[in-house]
Write a protein that binds this ligand. Structure first.
Ligand code: HSE
Length: 304
């Protein structure tokens, strides 16, 4: 028997929803697992040199965590990871490994826990819910962790908005990127943050995209993380002038997400490439559709 889990990339925060909003994207990591008499791991794609080391591999660590939690010993596993989500770029590669590890361990142990319980474990491991929730459930999600309970609501994301992603060549560690953010903010900043978050969700629900560039101008994390991206503020202003509906740092960065009306995507991608080139930021720029399925697990019969 072989287990195959496919988990989408995610963009967390969506600008003004720090640690709460997230969106699943149609770019996938796939994890294939077979019980064997010896351990083996093969990684193809993004970050293969790092991920092949067990101590750096969140997928393996998550499987071990699940077994420990249930006082069980993991079997030897032959693992193949097809890694398509860029590593440490703010697109949820670690969330995908955690979510897949839980889905696979859940099946291997025969626990068959529902996704809601697995999500609770995922949040414990990732420590914030905004990436693991859309990775697990798909779509655009808003998550609240309250007294150990995780409440999730799905927000219908308007089809009229396209998602463009710019992935710089350099990477940023999430932990390091979180340390830049101050623990306290003023009441004024909090009030503007509440208004912006409420207005963003309302804009999505009512498909009223007027004022989005202003609404999406985050003050909680972006001003600090912007230091990682040379001339981020100027780049953002230029892209807004080119017609972007919003420009944001994806998760903890350094990738950027640009929201665009569908008919402007082609031109905007050219403008993004040009502005990043002018600022010496070597990047890959592509558009991605939204994933609405979330993490999948398939059980396959093995021929060998
Ligand atoms: N909300 C998190 C952050 C996402 O911005 O640090 C990173 O995974």
């Amino acid at each position: 028997m072989m287990l195959v889990s496919r988990v989408p990339a995610t963009t967390a925060n969506l600008g003004v929803g720090f640690d709460t909003l997230g969106l699943a994207l149609k770019l996938y990591n796939t994890f294939e697992v077979k019980i064997s008499h010896l351990d083996n791991i093969e990684v193809v794609g993004e970050g293969k040199e790092e991920l092949v080391k067990r101590e750096n591999n969140s997928f393996i660590k998550t499987i071990e965590y699940f077994y420990r939690l249930h006082n069980m010993t993991p079997p030897h596993l032959v693992i193949k990871i097809s890694s398509n989500i860029p590593i440490c770029r703010g697109l949820g590669s670690s969330a995908s490994a955690i979510v897949a590890g839980l889905m696979v361990a859940n099946a291997l142990t025969g626990k068959n826990l529902p996704k809601e319980v697995l999500l609770k474990y995922a949040v414990e491991l990732e420590r914030h819910p905004d990436n693991v929730t859309p990775a697990m459930l798909g779509g655009c999600t808003i998550s609240l962790v309250s007294n150990g309970e995780i409440i999730v609501k799905k927000i219908p994301f308007p089809e009229e908005i396209a998602i463009i992603v710019a992935v710089p060549q350099f990477n940023v560690e999430t932990e390091l990127s979180r340390k830049l953010i101050p623990d306290c903010v003023s009441l004024d900043t909090t009030i503007r943050g509440l208004a912006k978050m409420g207005m963003f969700v309302t804009s999505l629900l009512t498909k009223d995209f007027k004022h989005l560039p202003i609404i999406l101008d985050d003050e909680l994390h972006e001003p600090y993380r912007a230091n990682y991206i040379p001339n981020y503020k100027k780049i953002k202003e230029e892209l807004i002038s080119s017609g972007a509906l919003g420009v944001m740092i994806s998760g903890s960065g350094p990738s950027m997400v640009i929201l665009s009306e569908r008919d402007k995507v082609k031109q905007l991608k050219e403008d993004i490439k040009a502005v990043l080139f002018r600022n010496n930021i070597v990047s890959k720029v592509f558009d991605l559709e939204i994933d609405n399925e979330g993490a999948l697990l398939e059980v396959k019969e093995c021929i060998t």
